[in-house]
Write a protein that binds this ligand. Structure first.
Ligand SMILES: Cc1cc2nc3c(=O)[nH]c(=O)nc-3n(C[C@H](O)[C@H](O)[C@H](O)COP(=O)(O)O)c2cc1C
Length: 171
């Protein structure tokens, strides 16, 4: 695979198989996240691995499109210190690194946005997170349930694919 092949083949996976994730694989995913660069190297995150099925089911209700959390093998909650622009950038970089690291192991993932604020508060209480921390995103993790898990269903309300390279301009 060309090096960018890993990046280009990363798709959101919302259908998961029952195959267990080995501890060594999970640790490597978390370690790759740990190496994410952040503004001034503040590393403004703590990660919580959620395996308890009841907790996954509850989190799945704390976002309009968070339903895939209920059937994930496990989830990683991104607990962030702050909501300024650099911290939001750090969160995105951390999330992408976790997703790419998982995909390098053949493990699928999908972001679940936790909102509105009342749901974020419920999620904080569920996971015992102090009120001065943010929990905007949780990542579903699991091996894909076959090739169909890499495609959006035809009736999905969001567009597929990407804008064409021909849209690119240089000045
Ligand atoms: C900031 C952000 C929030 C997202 N929130 C959700 C979400 O709540 N539920 C969901 O199913 N997908 C969510 N996604 C995944 C996007 O829908 C997905 O990345 C996009 O449709 C492109 O599809 P692909 O990842 O399969 O290429 C989110 C993605 C980003 C970057």
């Amino acid at each position: 695979m060309r090096e960018t092949g890993l990046i280009k083949s990363l798709r959101s996976v919302r259908l998961f198989s029952e195959r267990e994730i080995p501890d060594a694989v999970l640790l490597d995913i978390l370690d790759a996240g740990r190496w994410t660069g952040s503004a001034k190297n503040t590393q403004p995150w703590d990660l919580i691995v959620v395996k308890n099925r009841e907790s996954l089911g509850a989190l799945a209700k704390y976002g309009r499109y968070a339903g895939h959390l209920a059937s994930a093998t496990l989830a990683i909650a991104l607990v962030m210190r702050g909501d300024d622009a650099p911290t939001l950038m750090d969160e995105g970089r951390l999330m992408q690194n976790l997703m790419l690291a998982a995909w390098a192991h053949g493990v699928g993932s999908c972001i679940a946005s936790i909102y509105p604020a009342a749901n974020e508060q419920r999620a904080r209480e569920l996971l015992g997170i102090p009120p001065d921390r943010h929990l905007r995103t949780v990542l579903s993790i699991g091996y894909p349930a076959g090739p169909q898990a890499l495609r959006l269903p035809a009736n999905a309300p969001i567009p597929r694919g990407r804008r064409p390279m021909a849209d690119a301009r240089s000045t």
